[in-house]
Ligand binder design. Structure first.
Ligand SMILES: Nc1ncnc2c1ncn2[C@@H]1O[C@H](COP(=O)(O)OP(=O)(O)OP(=O)(O)O)[C@@H](O)[C@H]1O
Ligand SMILES: [Mg+2]
Length: 243
């Protein structure tokens, strides 16, 4: 479903992604785990066609992220933390509708889907209020709703719970699980193993642009003979990626 093959991404002389290889199957929730600056956002931006690899290639649903970028965009929903790109003067519903219309969704279809997602993410109370007055967490949920409204096969979520309180984070987690049940393939990035543990089938640990481990959570526990995944992560990272 998603393939990253020998991808290198340089910013001038700096190598942000260093020969990354990943393969993610249909219907998986795949975690990208790494510290600040590890290369998570860069990897997701490459998959989202927002950045071109310096070397190597990536495909999403069989489409090359450089050569078939429009096709890739049709198949993905993206959420990048921080810059939500919502219009403050529009309501939450209008923001979501505007995006759905870009994907040629009908009014009826949009109404139905917005109803569903507003319910799942507890946004009903403020769905018809202007986004300009919203808290960071409320905006993040609207941005999440917008990213999935066109029913994409693949979701690329960059720290989707960043800035959310516990309740909102749980709602987002549950919603991600629902998306998996609906057959979507999901990659999401996080700093913390505990979040990955709640949701993921498999995880890739990246450190300074290098992949240091890809495994199932069970596989990690067995390989390092330790039930504490957080400890496995910190040990791997503090060894600078040396196994
Ligand atoms: N446009 C850019 N120009 C120069 N360097 C960049 C650019 N984008 C990212 N980098 C560098 O690439 C490295 C990886 O950055 P990236 O944003 O992918 O990390 P991250 O894992 O998402 O970190 P965080 O957890 O802080 O979000 C960092 O050292 C960053 O400074
Ligand atoms: Mg990032």
């Amino acid at each position: 479903m998603i393939k990253v093959e020998n991808v290198i991404k340089k910013f001038n002389d700096f190598t942000a992604i260093d020969n990354l290889n990943l393969e993610i199957s249909e219907g998986e929730i795949f975690g990208l785990l790494g510290e600040n600056g590890a290369g998570k956002t860069t990897t997701l931006r490459i998959l989202a066609t927002m950045l071109k690899p310096t070397q190597g290639k990536a495909t999403v649903c069989g489409y090359d992220t450089v050569k078939d970028d429009a096709k890739v965009r049709e198949n993905i929903g993206i959420l990048f933390g921080g810059e939500t790109g919502l219009y403050d003067r529009l309501t939450a519903r209008e923001n979501i509708e505007y995006f759905g219309e870009l994907y040629d969704m009908s009014k009826d279809e949009l109404k139905k889907e917005i109803e569903k997602v507003a319910e799942a993410l507890s946004m009903k109370e403020y769905i018809d209020k202007r986004v300009g007055t919203f808290s960071k967490g409320m905006k993040q949920k609207v941005a999440f709703a917008r990213s999935i409204i066109h029913n994409p096969k693949v979701l690329l979520l960059d720290e989707p719970t960043s800035g959310l309180d516990v309740t909102a984070a749980v709602e987002v987690h549950n919603f991600i699980k629902e998306c998996k049940k609906a057959g979507k393939t999901i990659i999401f990035s996080s700093h913390t193993m505990s979040e990955i543990e709640k949701l993921c089938d498999r995880v890739a640990i990246i450190h300074k642009g290098k992949l240091i481990e890809t495994n199932t959570l069970k596989g990690l526990k067995e390989k390092y003979n330790n039930d504490d995944l957080e400890e496995i992560f910190t040990t791997l990272i503090s060894n600078g990626g040396e196994k």
